[in-house]
Design a protein around this ligand. Structure first.
Ligand SMILES: [Zn+2]
Length: 90
């Protein structure tokens, strides 16, 4: 192995170590944030539940009953709720 090749290998290993460490850190942050969000949603009285599209990535609509205050999801809307929210013709 040339000096350049071995140097490249060391840099790659350091990159992998950095990525691995950062991944662990971020995964831990996500877990903590999710727990905090859960606690926050327990505090909410869910006074404003609306029909919303919960899928923002693909084009397909995922209509659910969502609290507009804390973002908690309460399952599928009824046909009446779909009509009221304008997702279904009256
Ligand atoms: Zn809520």
């Amino acid at each position: 192995m040339s000096e350049r090749e071995s140097l490249t290998k060391i840099i790659l290993m350091e990159d992998n170590e950095y990525i691995k460490k950062k991944k662990t850190e971020l995964t831990e942050n996500i877990k903590t944030s999710e727990e905090e969000l859960k606690e926050l949603r327990k505090m909410c009285k869910h006074t404003d539940v609306q029909v919303k599209n919960t899928n923002h990535e693909s084009g397909a609509a995922h209509l659910r009953r969502v609290c507009s205050v804390c973002g908690a999801v309460f399952g599928f809307p009824s046909n009446d709720e779909l009509r009221e929210s304008g997702y279904m013709p009256k």
